[in-house]
Structure formats: structure tokens, C-alpha cells
Design a protein. Structure first.
Lengths: 394, 358
């Protein structure tokens, strides 16, 4: 604490911040932020980083230059022995990874404009990724990357696109992560890596996507598209699904219709186009059949009939349809047809169960007609008897 | 001599049937423009009988445990011959019985049939109405589906918030901290043993009192004075009218059971979250809505606790209605009529409000 007090005093007397803010205010602000910093929570103080270079009271003696940051952070975070004190399973390869990233490589060549540790993790309010307030919490990663990558002026020297965030914000992945709160949904670092961040090469795209979309990746590997894309030097998945603006797959993607992606390369009259059109038609047909069977079962359930088994079975028809859509990545009509056939069989069973339940409902209704008529007869007879009786009595 | 006459004679020689049924044969019932309201008590009793008969049939298959309750009801509804009918009739007749009990209570209150010497008949009738509500509350949990589970959870929380005795009541009702197997076992024994036994005794007392004092004639009819033919014989005249209402009630029950069978829903998951828009059965909606309308705290006290205490007080005052009317002297009848009308409007409006807004 004494060291901290000295620092504050020195800073207040001699240093001026970049925005003409008194140094005392800067230090106060840093102190305020540092309270919630994970380093402060682990018992560290300012001097852990701001040890000072020459122990003098000269202006800026305790400041850390941007060029020093990766090495300074790495001095602890690459030291497995030291890091084990805080978390025995924590990674210590961040600096090594960073050096392989586009950021790290450029930094190594003397470009200090590229991201260093503090750009993503913040300076004095570093929090673990599990903390929702952290700049690297899954929900905040894209916003953190966006700070530089959506800044056209800042990115101009690097001649790369700056529309990644706007594309990602319109994607199915963003919707799953931010709107549905699925923290397992991908954000920038999921595909690009975090400390070793780099754009995947043309040949590596499929591997990146396949880390989650395993079956799609496997089927694509077995498809004729793989060789064709390689010849044309087209990136695998993103050729059809786009890079950042990945929309939820739709059956209209398939076929040679207006909004079909297949139509980019195929026409309806060629065999591949015909296969795509057939798949589109069959997907739509099975989907409509599932909806119709579901409505039948719902009707039976509302009538008090037990259709639990058929209902559970019908859920598997949706699985079969999803499987058929995935199988399409193999571009093998037989594989798609087998999945569709399995789905159609389940739908047929559900329909049979639904119709049987509705027949049973009708039988139940018919079964009470006679008792109700008998009771109506009893009601009328009693009424007539009372009338005749009381006519005689009174 | 026919076979039935031989049997009748055999019994008659031993127990004297004529003497045994003499009170019924001699009993008369007043006949006036309001006399059809008398039928509501009989139809409530008939629906209780339906409850007993269908309940006994359900007992043949029902299993009161967390792991088997839902499955056994599912089995009854789908595998047992006419099980669906028995279960649906049981559920619908429970609702109709409570509705008829309320209708009977309000008809008695509006016609001021609780006047001296019938105060005890009114009190025993009110106890029977509360017993009906107890049947509804305890029976609702038995299928062990999501709705019944959470409705019971909420329903047992309200008395649990009462000061001093709340926690003891909650533990007594639930058989533990949470709604679980112990709660189901307690509710089952309450539903099929305790409540039926108490209700049977109370019905007997109520009928004896009705028999002793006869049907009350409304004051407005009394003022008109005795007229020729203003009484009819209970048997067969009034009894046949009862038969007509009972057969109509049974027809309604059968049609409701076949056209709108009671759904079973999904099995209760004690670790799952409560479904959105959960609400109790219609006969508890008024209390439910009242608790929703009350602020969270009233004079530094929990709003729900105040509400629960208020329900108890209003219930006690309602039971004491004949005594209070007598205490208020000449204006008693007017105030009682206003209270009954106010009570009916409040019950109906809060029930409808909760039904359409939850």
C-alpha cells in the first residue's frame, strides 16, 4: 500500500494524461477500475505491473509502453509454475499463440497498432471470460473485436474488409448466441481462434466449420463438390453459406429456383440441378406431411385421446428430415432418399395412430348416445307422470 | 303371488316397511314460485353419490405414489375398459358438485332459508361446502401432472405464510419442505378416507336437520298466507322432480365426459419450472385473483398473509350470517341481502377476471 501511495503522489505531481486530464484523475480512475480486476482479487497491486523501470520519480517512470505489453503479460502468464498457484489447469500458451496470430506477427514486425493483450482484455478491469461483464465473455467478444475491425479508418492500412460484424450480427450464430442466450454458439474467436487469431485459409474452412457441424463436414468430404471447389479454389462451406452473414438454412437454398444457392453453379436441366430440385421438393413434402400429422395428433390429444407414443415417434420424423438435409452435403441422392423414406415411414405410423385415436373418440361419443337417450326418456316420463299425478291430486 | 311380492312380504314381516318409510310417505314439500330452488340440494347430493361411485372404481387401479400415480391414471384413461368415462365423469361431476353447492348456498341465502330455527342447517351446509372445496383441492393433485403439482405448490404456500402457525400448516400439508411423495400420500388419504368419512357424517346431520325442520318458505311467500294446494307430497311428487334433475345432471355429465374429456397433461417434474399462466381450478380463482390484486405489503405485513387472514374472517362471518342477521334487528334482513348480493358479485367478477386475464 505504501508503494501505491508513493505512485499516486508521484503521478499526481508530475504526469499529465493524454486528454489533458490530471494524472491524479487517471490514477484514481485506474484504481477504481482495478477493484474489480481479477489480479486485484488474487491479491496483486499496481506494482505487480507498474514496477517502474529506473525507480526514479521522472514523469512516466511507472508507465508501461504499448510495445512492452505482450512480454509483460507473458512474463507471468507463460510461467506455468507461477500460474499454477492461482489455477492448476490454466493455460500458459497465450503468448506463444499470440506470436502465431496475424496480430502477433505484425506486432513482431514493429506494428504496435495491432491488438495487444489490453485491447481485448482491458487494462485495469480484466475479468475472467466467465464473467458477463468481461470484454471476452462470449456475449461480448464480437463487440470487442468490432472496436478495431469495424473501424474503416483504423483498418485502412491493412486493406481488409470492415463488414464482418454487420454480417455476423445478421447471422444465425449471432441470433443463437445473443438472442437465444446459447453461450455455446460461435462468436469471432470460435472460428478464428483467440490468442492465435487468424483467418482460416481456403482449405481450412471446412475443418473450422466441421469442428461443430461434424456430419456436414464429413459428408462434404465425401461429395464431388470437394474436388470441384478445390480446383476452382473456392472455400468450402462459405461458398454456399457465406462467411460471417450465415443465415439459418432454408429449403429454398436447395434447388435451382430463384433464391436457391445451387442455382449459382447448376441449372435445372442438368442431372445435378434435377437432383437439387428433387431434394427441395421432397424436403418440402416431408415437412408438410409432418405438420399435417402433428395437427392430426393434436386434434386427437385435445379430444382426450392418448397419443403420447405417436407424438414422441413423430418427433423422430423431424430428426429424419434434419438428417436428410445434412445428407444433402454429400450430394448423393441415395443417401438423402433413405433418410426421407425413414421420415415418411414415421409420418405414416403417426397418421395411422392419429386416425385410430379419432375413430376411438367417435366410438366413445357413439357409446353414450343410448344412455343419454335412456336418461332423456326417464326425464320425460317422470315429467309426464308428475303432470298426470298432480292433475288428479289438485 | 309374484316373486317380488314374496320377497317384499318376507322383508315386511320382519322390519315393517310401511312404518320405516312412513316419514317419507307423509312428508310434504311447500310448493310456490321459488320451490324449484329446493332441487339444488338434491342434485348436489346426487353428484356426491356419483363422486363416490366413480371414485371407488378409480381406486381399483389408482396408485398413490410419485412414480406410479401419473402412469396409473394414464392406464385408467387408455387401457381400462370405460376407464376414460369413469375418470372424466369423476372430474366433471366434481366441478358440477362444487358449482351446485355454491348455487344451493346462494339460493338458501337469497331466500333467507337460514332463519331461525334453521341456523344449524345453514352451518352444516357451509361446512359441507368447505368439505367440497377440500375434496377439489386434495383430488386435483392425485393425477400428479404438471398443472396439479404446481397448483398444489402455490396452494400450500399461501397458508404457509401465516404468522406463527404457517410453517406448521405447510409441513402438515406437504409432509415435508416440498411437494412430493409424502404430500401425495397425505392428499390421497385425505381425499379417500378423511374427507368422505367427515362428509358422510355431515350430510347425515344436514339431512336430519332438513327432515326435522322441513323446507323453509321464503318470507315473501309467507306474507301471502296459506293457499290451497301449497304443499305437495315428497313421495312421489317431489321425489320424481328429483329424479328429473338427477337424470338431467347425469346426461350433462355423460355428454361433457364424451365431448370434452379431461386431459391428463404432462407428468409432474418437481425440478422443472412452473408453466406460464398457471392458475388454480375455477372455484379458487376468486381467492387467487384477490391475492394478486393485494399489494405485496400492507401496514408492514405480507399482503398474502393479510389476504389469507381475510379469507378466514369472511368465511367465519359468512357461516355466522343467520346469527348476525338476528343481531342487526329490524335492518338485519336488508343488510344480509346486500351482503349476499355483494358476495355473489365479488365472487363472480373476480373469478371471471382471473379466468380471462391469466
Amino acid at each position: 500500500m505504501r508503494v501505491l501511495a508513493i505512485m499516486v503522489t508521484f503521478a499526481a505531481l508530475s504526469v499529465r494524461g493524454p486528454a489533458e486530464q490530471p494524472a491524479s484523475a487517471l490514477v484514481k480512475s485506474a484504481q477504481d477500475q482495478f477493484v474489480s480486476d481479477i489480479h486485484a482479487q488474487k491479491g496483486m497491486t499496481c506494482v505487480a505491473c507498474h514496477a517502474g523501470s529506473d525507480k526514479s520519480s521522472a514523469p512516466g517512470a511507472y508507465s508501461i509502453r504499448r510495445g512492452q505489453i505482450p512480454a509483460l503479460c507473458g512474463s507471468c502468464h507463460s510461467d506455468a509454475g507461477r500460474m499454477k498457484q492461482f489455477n492448476p489447469s490454466v493455460r500458459t500458451d497465450q503468448l506463444t499463440q499470440y506470436k502465431t496470430s496475424v496480430h502477433g506477427v505484425k506486432f513482431g514486425h514493429g506494428d504496435t497498432r495491432v491488438a495487444v493483450c489490453t485491447d481485448c482484455h482491458s487494462t485495469h478491469s480484466i475479468r475472467p471470460a466467465s464473467d458477463p461483464h468481461s470484454s471476452i465473455h462470449p456475449l461480448n467478444v464480437a463487440t470487442t473485436c468490432k472496436q478495431c475491425h469495424s473501424d474503416a479508418a483504423y483498418m485502412k492500412p491493412y486493406a481488409i474488409a470492415t463488414d464482418q460484424f454487420s454480417g455476423y450480427a445478421d447471422s444465425v450464430h449471432y441470433k443463437a448466441l445473443v438472442e437465444s442466450g446459447d453461450l455455446g454458439a460461435p462468436t469471432c474467436t470460435t472460428c478464428h481462434g483467440s490468442h492465435g487469431a487468424a483467418p482460416p485459409g481456403v482449405a481450412a474452412v471446412a475443418n473450422v466449420c466441421a469442428s461443430c457441424h461434424v456430419l456436414q463436414g464429413k459428408f462434404f468430404e465425401e461429395s464431388p463438390h470437394k474436388q470441384a471447389f478445390r480446383k476452382l479454389e473456392l472455400p468450402s462451406c462459405v461458398t454456399c453459406h457465406e462467411g460471417h452473414r450465415i443465415h439459418h438454412p432454408d429449403d429454398n437454398f436447395v434447388g435451382t429456383g430463384k433464391s436457391a444457392i445451387c442455382a449459382t453453379c447448376h441449372i435445372g436441366s442438368e442431372p445435378a440441378g434435377q437432383m437439387a430440385d428433387g431434394a427441395h421438393k421432397n424436403f418440402r413434402h416431408l415437412e408438410a406431411e409432418i405438420v399435417s400429422a402433428r395437427s392430426l395428433l393434436d386434434r386427437a390429444a385435445r379430444a382426450g385421446m392418448d397419443v403420447t407414443d405417436a407424438d414422441m415417434e413423430l418427433a423422430q420424423a423431424n430428426d429424419a428430415l434434419a438428417k436428410a438435409r445434412v445428407s444433402l452435403h454429400s450430394a448423393q441422392p441415395g443417401r438423402v432418399a433413405a433418410d426421407l423414406e425413414a421420415g415418411a415411414k414415421i409420418v405414416a405410423n403417426a397418421r395411422t395412430a392419429g386416425n385410430a385415436a379419432l375413430r376411438e373418440r367417435d366410438n366413445r361419443r357413439k357409446a353414450i348416445v343410448l344412455p343419454v337417450m335412456a336418461l332423456a326418456g326417464l326425464f320425460a316420463t317422470a315429467g309426464l307422470y308428475i303432470r298426470s299425478l298432480e292433475r288428479k291430486q289438485y | 303371488m309374484s316373486g317380488s311380492e314374496i320377497v317384499r312380504q318376507w322383508i315386511d314381516e320382519r322390519v315393517d316397511l310401511r312404518e320405516m318409510f312412513a316419514p317419507l310417505m307423509e312428508k310434504t314439500v311447500p310448493r310456490h314460485r321459488f320451490s324449484h330452488w329446493y332441487l339444488l340440494g338434491g342434485v348436489t347430493l346426487f353428484l356426491f353419490g356419483v363422486q363416490v361411485c366413480t371414485g371407488l372404481l378409480l381406486l381399483l387401479y389408482y396408485r398413490p405414489s410419485m412414480n406410479e400415480a401419473y402412469e396409473s391414471v394414464q392406464f385408467i384413461s387408455n387401457r381400462v375398459a370405460f376407464g376414460w368415462l369413469v375418470r372424466s365423469v369423476h372430474a366433471w361431476s366434481a366441478n358440477l358438485m362444487i358449482f351446485m353447492a355454491f348455487a344451493h348456498m346462494f339460493s338458501v341465502a337469497f331466500l333467507r332459508a337460514y332463519r331461525k330455527p334453521r341456523e344449524l342447517t345453514w352451518i352444516s351446509g357451509m361446512v359441507l361446502l368447505f368439505l367440497c372445496l377440500g375434496f377439489g383441492f386434495s383430488g386435483y393433485l392425485l393425477p400428479w401432472n404438471t398443472l396439479s403439482f404446481f397448483a398444489t405448490k402455490v396452494g400450500t404456500e399461501v397458508p404457509g405464510r401465516m404468522p406463527l402457525i404457517g410453517r406448521a400448516i405447510l409441513l402438515l400439508m406437504r409432509g415435508g419442505e416440498d411437494v412430493g411423495g409424502a404430500t401425495l400420500a397425505r392428499f390421497f388419504s385425505l381425499h379417500v378416507v378423511v374427507l368422505p368419512a367427515v362428509t358422510a357424517g355431515m350430510i347425515l346431520l344436514h339431512l336430519l336437520l332438513v327432515q326435522k325442520f322441513g323446507m323453509s318458505v321464503p318470507p315473501s311467500v309467507e306474507k301471502e298466507g296459506p293457499r290451497f294446494g301449497n304443499n305437495v307430497k315428497f313421495f312421489p311428487n317431489y321425489f320424481l322432480r328429483d329424479v328429473m334433475t338427477w337424470s338431467a345432471a347425469l346426461m350433462v355429465l355423460l355428454v361433457l365426459a364424451a365431448v370434452s374429456p379431461v386431459e391428463l397433461g404432462k407428468k409432474a417434474d418437481p425440478f422443472g419450472s412452473a408453466p406460464a399462466g398457471i392458475k388454480p381450478e375455477w372455484y379458487f380463482l376468486s381467492q387467487f385473483q384477490t391475492l394478486r390484486l393485494l399489494p405485496a405489503t400492507i401496514v408492514h405485513m405480507d399482503g398474502e398473509v393479510i389476504g389469507a387472514i381475510a379469507f378466514g374472517l369472511v368465511g367465519a362471518l359468512w357461516i355466522a350470517l343467520p346469527l348476525l342477521e338476528g343481531r342487526l334487528g329490524r335492518n338485519g334482513a336488508r343488510w344480509a341481502r346486500i351482503a349476499v348480493l355483494g358476495g355473489l358479485i365479488y365472487l363472480a367478477s373476480t373469478t371471471l377476471y382471473a379466468y380471462f386475464t391469466t
